[in-house]
Write a protein that binds this ligand. Sequence first.
Ligand code: GUN
Length: 295
Amino acid sequence: MSAKILDGVALGKTIRAEVAAEVARLAGNGRKPGLAAVLVGEDPASAVYVRSKGKATEEAGMHSETLRHLATISEEDLLAIVDRLNADPQIHGILVQLPLPKHIDSDKVLRRIDPAKDVDGFHPVNVGKLVTGDQSAFRPATPYGVQQMLIRSGIETKGANAVILGRSNIVGKPMANLLIQQGPGGDATVTVCHSRTRDLPAVTRGADILVAAIGKAEFVTADMVRPGAVVIDVGINRVDDASHPKGYRLVGDVAFAEVAEKASWITPVPGGVGPMTIAMLLQNTLQAWRQIESH
Ligand code: GUN
């Protein structure tokens, strides 16, 4: 393997420690940042995420609340929960774990969150701020984590050809918006690819920085990667594997072994982008608290 590993576990830990130090410096008199996570239903992956978020929030010295509800909750009741959290002075960040059950309109729920507490950055107000370069925007945690990995590993984005696979509102679109902003971790020339892109391998081979976020196991193969490219794998996919105790293993959207032979930097799965997401969520909660309390 020739690629260097982008270690999200180590970097995430560093950022979490930085956030914890800021919380310790600024908190007092019973005042500290608070994050509420709302989980609807029993999706095992979502339950794992929400549990990790709660634990990390407490470790950072923040107030943490996790609200768990049955998948049968009505949209009206969920909206009422959001209203309550919007009005709660102990809560500065609100996160409604996606996906929500089919009978609930996710957009409606996300739009109900007070933009000042929208630490996921999914509310149209924050999407608009991100696009226009307003520094008070909340940056969606996963692409924000990818950008921090690039910055903190000394990977130059200025003038680089960045190719993003996937156009989701959670990763692909905000990733593009972060990489085209002026300044550190930005100034890239960005291409967003999706299921209708013609001759995808030709496009991805033009990437200095390739970000895969399509949710297809080991989709990106070595022939799609330019020698020396930086490859960021946002995917987390379960593939059946009888030799594993759980009967499955986790793989990314990148065929790691063969691509690692060709890339200059690569993120592993697990242990790459995943741990960065939680760190950036805490960073956003700190930002929300500072903006609300004018620290
Ligand atoms: N589901 C997958 N990723 C995310 C995320 O970043 N935030 C929320 N709320 N739900 C998700």
